[in-house]
Write a protein that binds this ligand. Structure first.
Ligand code: HMG
Ligand code: MG
Length: 300
């Protein structure tokens, strides 16, 4: 085993394929296929599977079936199934589905807040505050995302201090974790390390890197060296954001697990089962997985 100094011995992979992945597919995937997908992810050893979103169905029609999905999904003990919730209507719907964990998602930039949430940089918080308070009161865990942490397509590079300000405001609401979203994949490892360091402590941070410029794995390694131990990834590298056209897929779970295994870092995940799931999903989506590791291993 060839290890590197300064890395954690265990990493939690926060799987976003069923939400971030499927929200960006052109085709609407049948709800039964979504349920089977999530079941396969559980079989492969995932303990956190972001299942879907309770956003406005017109804004993301791909996930309009969230209520139905949670009705047919057999939720297993010991596995967390968080969902995205932007506002009180979303929280009501999530509570009606018996959800135990939600994630709110803020923007680090004004333009993306407008495009993704129909709110400004400041007024997005008026929407989130009652959601987080209500969810905590109902005994839910609340995660937070901050998007466009390195740059956005309209405003260019995002100032680090602006990301730290938005991120800390979310943590101060009572969110247990803040996931740093490189929505359009423009970050590089030094920028990732600088952002994490600017927060002062990596303890409540997770990273959520899209692979648009092929930097997601390198940025993840930099984040791990900076003390982060929770990494978001998407099965087969599917994903994107419907309100940021240049966003492509997330860091592929298989690419991440290949690297972590090679470094001797525990994840509890079965790589063969992950690859088999991506091959199965690709056949349902009608296009090959963009993950390099899936492509290499599926050739077998
Ligand atoms: P809005 O149009 O301002 O909503 O949208 P509104 O509050 O004005 O309400 C308008 C109507 O929508 C009302 O109905 C509401 O009840 C209804 P009416 O009274 O007119 O009949 N409504 C809802 N219905 C169902 N579920 C709801 C809901 N909310 C309102 N939750 C809103 C504001 C936030 C709802 C909208 O902008 C939205 O849904 N945005 C979500 C966009 C999205 O999901 N983007 C992708 C996820 S973010 C991402 O991918 C980035 C991430 O991966 C991290 C990264 O990569 O950086 C997380
Ligand atoms: Mg994303």
């Amino acid at each position: 085993m060839y290890q590197l100094d300064g890395l954690p011995s265990r990493v939690t992979v926060y799987e976003v394929g069923a939400r971030d992945g499927l929200q960006n597919e052109k085709a609407i995937v049948p709800v039964e296929v979504k349920a089977e997908f999530i079941d396969r992810l559980a079989d492969a050893g995932h303990t956190v599977i972001e299942a879907t979103s309770f956003v406005h169905p017109k804004w993301v029609p791909q996930l309009a079936d969230s209520g139905e999905l949670l009705e047919i999904l057999e939720r297993r003990p010991g596995i967390r199934y968080p969902v995205l919730v932007p506002n009180m209507r979303g929280l009501e719907r999530a509570l009606a589905s018996g959800i135990e964990e939600i994630a709110v998602f803020a923007s680090a930039t004004e333009t993306f807040a407008n495009k993704n949430l129909n709110r400004g940089l400041d007024s997005q918080f008026e929407m989130f505050e009652p959601v987080v308070a209500g969810a905590l009161e109902a005994g839910l865990r609340v995660r937070a995302y901050v998007s466009m942490v390195f740059g956005d397509p309209w405003e260019g590079p995002t100032p680090v201090a602006q990301v730290v300000d938005v991120g800390n405001r979310l943590l101060d609401l009572g969110c247990y974790e803040l996931s740093l979203g490189d929505t359009i994949g423009v970050g590089t490892p030094g920028h990732a390390a600088a952002l994490i360091s600017a927060f002062g402590s990596p303890e409540r941070l997770a990273v959520h890197f899209h692979d648009t410029y092929g930097q997601a794995l390198a940025n993840t390694l930099a984040a791990l060296r900076s003390g982060v131990t929770v990494v978001d990834a998407s099965t087969g590298g599917i994903g994107g954001c419907p309100y940021a056209e240049s966003a492509t897929g997330n860091l592929a779970t298989e690419d991440l697990v290949w690297m972590l295994q090679g470094l001797g870092i525990e994840t509890g995940l079965d790589l063969d089962k992950l690859v088999a799931t991506s091959v199965w999903l690709a056949s349902r989506l009608g296009r090959p997985s963009p993950s390099r590791v899936v492509q290499a291993l599926a050739k077998g």
